[in-house]
Design a binder for this molecule. Structure first.
Ligand code: SF4
Length: 363
């Protein structure tokens, strides 16, 4: 492709133009489209909205496993045989201690994730009280992922000061029934709209590599644009032996970079996060993802190990990006080095599971 092809992608994205489905699909699959100039164009858009900043998110897997839902990619689903460390909701003290740890470890946003179909009224009140205490104690942005919500529950969380609600679309409407049968795509859309109506920022993303055609990834990108999602986590399917859906499909490092770039062009101002699968699927190209995305998770994912914190911080700063934190990058790296334990993120081609100590660092 000529250089004006890439320039035009950046200019049109910066102008807020809704790129055609065909063009977005071409970004994903056309071998004539080179990845390096594509990332450079995505970087132009990323830089205009986010400069060189990288927001670091730390997940607290606050209630693990025993979920009645059957999401086929999830180790916590009732249909999964993965031998994870299950536990009911952590105590209030443990969650607050982990919020402190997350802040001290450089998190900009603290994301509490609860397995299950959705919170009861009592659980919603409990979450609201936690959100309010965390917000009044630490300068952290707080995000909750707790399943399906209606307007009443979203209002309770909004009143408590919740910044963001995470609820991923995961895949397209057409593909949804193939990955989950216990709730629908529309249930997920309803939850996202309830959050938006109540003034909570929307965090919603996808999982690439579940056998979907490239056109599905375009459709999800366009839906998130319509929904005005402020935050888009892009996951790449992690292979866990024992899940219904084990084998990622079509995820080369170059394809993952194309996905990140396409989401930047279609959602230019969104906080685009390289989520699960960053280490596993981008491999030696990992840092290149930050030329399109401006955010990542530290310390792994819900039940999957990720790279050590010091390696992730070094990767960010080595490439000239800036970690958004009250602490200096050098101090974060030094502190992370002290507690670092290198561990493989995959074993024999499958995702490595977190240990109980990694899942519950404040226990
Ligand atoms: S993704 Fe959420 S709702 Fe689905 S099985 Fe996993 S924990 Fe349950």
């Amino acid at each position: 492709m000529r250089s004006n092809y890439y320039d035009s992608l950046a200019t049109r994205a910066l102008d807020g133009e809704d790129l055609s489905d065909e063009l977005c699909e071409q970004v994903l699959v056309d071998p004539e489209v080179d990845v390096l100039p594509l990332l450079n164009a995505a970087y132009t858009v990323r830089k205009a909205h986010w400069g060189n900043k990288v927001t670091v998110h730390i997940l607290n897997n606050a209630a693990n496993g025993d979920c009645p839902e059957d999401c086929s990619y999830c180790t916590q689903a009732k249909t999964s045989d993965v031998d994870i460390e299950e536990y009911p909701m952590k105590s209030r003290e443990e969650i607050l201690d982990e919020a402190k740890l997350a802040y001290e470890n450089g998190a900009f946003r603290y994301c509490m994730v609860f397995s299950g179909r959705g919170p009861s009224k009592a659980r919603t009140d409990q979450l609201a009280s936690l959100v309010s205490e965390i917000k009044s104690t630490y300068p952290l942005e707080v995000c909750v992922s707790a399943g399906l919500l209606d307007d009443d529950k979203a209002a309770v969380l909004a009143d408590a000061g919740l910044d963001r609600l995470n609820h991923n679309l995961n895949t397209s409407e057409e593909h949804y029934a193939e990955i989950c049968t216990t709730h629908t795509y529309q249930d997920r859309i309803n939850t996202l709209r309830a959050a938006k109506r109540n003034g909570i920022e929307m965090c919603s993303g996808l999982i690439a590599g579940m056998g979907e055609p490239a056109s599905d990834l375009v459709e999800i990108a366009k839906t998130l644009r319509e929904l005005e999602a402020e935050s888009i986590p892009i996951n790449f399917l992690l292979p866990f032996e024992g899940n219904e859906l084990v084998t990622p499909q079509g995820l080369s490092p170059q394809y993952c970079l194309r996905v990140l770039a396409m989401y930047r062009f279609t959602n230019p101002a969104a906080e685009i996060r390289i989520a699960a699968g960053r280490e596993f699927h981008l491999r030696s190209m990992e840092v290149m993802g930050l030329y399109a995305a401006n955010s990542l998770f530290l310390d792994g994912y819900l039940n999957a190990k990720g790279a050590s914190s010091n390696r992730t911080f070094e990767m960010i700063t080595d490439a000239g990006f800036e970690i958004v934190s009250d602490f200096a990058a050098g101090d974060l790296i030094t502190a992370a080095e002290k507690s670092a334990s290198e561990h493989p993120v995959d074993i024999a081609g499958k995702s490595a599971k977190k240990t109980l100590d990694e899942l519950r660092p404040a226990r």
